[in-house]
Design a binder for this molecule. Structure first.
Ligand SMILES: Nc1ncnc2c1ncn2[C@@H]1O[C@H](COP(=O)(O)OP(=O)(O)OP(=O)(O)O)[C@@H](O)[C@H]1O
Ligand SMILES: [Mg+2]
Length: 215
């Protein structure tokens, strides 16, 4: 597959969206064509699924249904957005991807890992990120950030995951670290407590080292 597929992972409030927008600006400044997208919600169908998945009123969603909705979003996103962009040799920056499913629905919810991996593997159909940036930070720090961010909004309609107990996010954090340790070549693990500009610089250095010719 041509193109470069870069994904961004980490617990809620780890700074993924902030980092991606800084990187996108840096790529724009150097005239490097790229696409920014996210899961869930990168397609028209995905935005409907996102509204269900992140709605705090959707309590009671069965864990297996949650898994299947995330994977439905991913299947559509890959077909409609990610693969066509990569086929046109573009750089794709994606806010969350399959590792989020392994971390949240596998490690966090405790769904049988072999089943989670099998379903995700069917959906990815061989597609894997060229690089995954994992922003790691203590759960409490991430949750404090999302609380502060949600304070500024009239109705925090996307707080279903933020409302989970700290122990859930702890499992997710440890899960992410375990995935990263098992595939060190694909991951760049960064301390999410660092300043946003510093983090963006570190990712850009990594991109320059790995994909010099494409930038
Ligand atoms: N490196 C950083 N240092 C301090 N604050 C940060 C940093 N990165 C982001 N923030 C702030 O923390 C909050 C959460 O950041 P952001 O929305 O980028 O996280 P996220 O990982 O995208 O969260 P979510 O998983 O909920 O989408 C925002 O208010 C943002 O301004
Ligand atoms: Mg975000």
């Amino acid at each position: 597959m041509p193109g470069i597929f870069i994904t961004f992972e980490g617990i809620d409030g780890s700074g993924k969206s902030t980092l991606i927008s800084l990187l996108s600006r840096m790529l724009d400044d150097r005239g490097t064509d790229h696409l920014v997208t996210r899961e869930p919600g990168g397609t028209t169908l995905g935005r409907k699924l996102r509204a269900v998945l992140l709605n705090p009123q959707a309590a009671g969603l069965a864990d297996m249904v949650e898994l299947l909705l995330y994977e439905a979003d991913r299947a559509q996103h890959i077909r409609e957005i990610i693969r066509p962009a990569l086929e046109r040799d573009r750089i794709v920056l994606c806010d969350r991807f399959s590792d989020a499913t392994i971390a949240y629905q596998g490690f966090g919810r405790g769904l049988p890992m072999d089943r989670v991996r099998a379903i995700d593997s069917q959906v990815r159909d061989g597609l894997l990120p060229d690089l995954t940036v994992l922003l790691d930070l203590p759960v409490e720090a991430g949750l404090n950030r999302t609380r502060n961010r949600n304070l500024g909004k009239k109705n925090a309609r996307e707080s279903r995951m933020d409302d989970e107990a700290a122990s859930f996010h702890e499992k997710v954090r440890r899960g992410y670290l375990e995935i990263a340790a098992s595939e060190p070549g694909r991951f760049l693990v960064l301390n999410g407590l660092r300043q946003p500009e510093e983090l963006a610089r570190a990712v850009m250095d990594e991109l320059e080292a790995r994909f010099k010719d494409a930038l």
